[in-house]
Design a protein around this ligand. Structure first.
Ligand SMILES: [Mn+2]
Length: 430
């Protein structure tokens, strides 16, 4: 692990400055939790075992569909992205896997890429296909859609691309293929709503048939954008129906920003789990639509309620429970490394708070129709400041008590600005 990007001495020095305060806060929180019959070390150990993947595209400034504003020192290729992801994981100790995207992250030697990642303390998570934009030299355009296109050769091209992603993923050690298609329409009557789904299912079945035995196909739904009248896999209903049609290796992936406003996402989580189809998560936050804002920045309570359902699901596994967790954000006004560190912390905090819920009290209150006490069982956990638990877990894993502070102190971005070539301008929503 000598290849880790941030100096171990820098982290150790910073931790030494913070240690007394952390021990004090951790002991105090430990006494508070003890009064509620909770052992703080057990919670800390659970947090230490928790992780969330980072998308390679999240290491850069994604921007919006209108513009992006690159920063000096931003990564321009998969190797530099891995380096930045290693910084995030080294300091936060919550993000040991990266999720690559093709063709954006294409290289000639994937065995070497896997070794390169391993030397940075990273592994690979789900591989993501891209059939929502055309690439240079591509035979067919995706202007008519991809897996659901009316053009048979386009559907075939999209199928082959997904199968190529599986092949790359095998070399990288992935076991999940995430499929999101931008397919849909902007005008009533533009496409037949039933037949477009038929075409999608038929093409998706060809991808499904190419999955290795231990792989999963994660279907990501999205209500709108880029299509604004109809989307082929628009909601969790379409997603679970498609997953059920495809077979047991097909699961649903929930992106927190891909729903209508005010939708009860935690209930969707419970529904998908009930039918054994909860396959994964893309964490971000949203004020209006697919805003891809930082996790927990707008509605941390919703994030907590989602984790409350995930912890419930874990305690009651139906047909297995092994969701793939990933951050999916687009940064336009922050340093992406800082946003990822902050988001991983927010996600880990909600997981820790969900672990603190007195489930016996909650279930008893639910059975007794004691609404206020059921609500208070959640509230008591949500109100706990769990940051000392996360900091202690980071410290013990070799990370930084103050991850953001050490990142700034390392002057990583300034140093990379001297070494890396500048990123081009342009729009960049993903
Ligand atoms: Mn997503």
């Amino acid at each position: 692990m000598s290849n880790l990007p941030i100096s171990a001495e820098l982290i150790a020095e910073a931790n030494a400055r913070e240690l007394d305060a952390l021990e004090d806060d951790y002991a105090s929180l430990g006494r508070k939790l003890e009064r509620a019959g909770i052992g703080i070390d057990a919670v800390k150990d659970r947090v230490a075992g928790f992780s969330v993947a980072i998308p390679t595209w999240g290491a850069g400034r994604g921007g919006t569909r209108f513009a992006k504003f690159p920063i000096a020192g931003e990564p321009t290729n998969i190797h530099e992205k891995l380096e930045d992801c290693a910084v995030i994981n080294q300091l936060s100790c919550l993000t040991p896997r990266v999720s690559p995207h093709f063709p954006w992250d294409k290289v000639s030697d994937y065995k070497a890429l896997r070794e390169e990642a391993a030397s940075l303390g990273l592994g690979f998570d789900a591989v993501n296909s891209n059939t929502f934009q055309d690439q240079p030299g591509q035979a067919q355009t995706y202007a008519t859609g991809s897996l659901s296109s009316t053009v048979a050769a386009t559907r075939q091209q999209a199928v082959e691309h997904n199968i190529e992603c599986i092949e790359i993923g095998r070399q990288l050690g992935s076991t999940d293929l995430t499929v999101w298609v931008g397919d849909g329409t902007n005008f009533p009557g533009q496409q037949d709503l039933a037949r477009s789904l038929d075409r999608y299912l038929e093409a998706a079945a060809q991808v499904y048939a190419a999955l290795p035995g231990d792989w999963r196909m994660l279907l990501e739904h999205k209500m709108f954008e880029p299509a604004f009248y109809s989307t082929v896999i628009s909601d969790w209903g379409s997603s679970i129906l498609a997953a059920q049609e495809l077979g047991p290796k097909a699961k649903c992936l929930v992106d927190l920003g891909h729903h209508a406003p005010n939708v009860n996402i935690e209930q969707i989580v419970a529904r998908l789990h009930r039918f054994g189809k909860l396959g994964g998560f893309h964490f971000n936050d949203s004020k209006y639509g697919d805003d891809d804002l930082d996790s927990g920045s707008i509605n941390p309570h919703q994030l907590f309620l989602v984790f409350n359902e995930l912890v419930e699901a874990e305690l009651n596994p139906r047909d297995g429970f092994n969701p793939s967790y990933m951050i999916d954000q687009s940064h336009n006004v922050t340093d992406p490394i800082e946003s990822m560190i902050s988001s991983a912390e927010a996600i880990g905090q909600c997981f820790a708070k969900a672990l603190l819920v007195d489930r016996e009290a909650l279930h008893l209150a639910q059975e007794a129709n004691d609404t206020m006490m059921a609500y208070q069982a959640l509230r008591r956990a949500y109100n706990v400041d769990v940051s000392p638990i996360l900091a202690k877990a980071r410290l013990e894993a070799g990370g930084a008590i103050d991850a953001l502070g050490v990142y700034r102190e390392s002057r990583w971005r300034d140093r990379k600005a001297q070494e890396r070539k500048a990123v081009g301008l342009g729009a960049g929503i993903v």
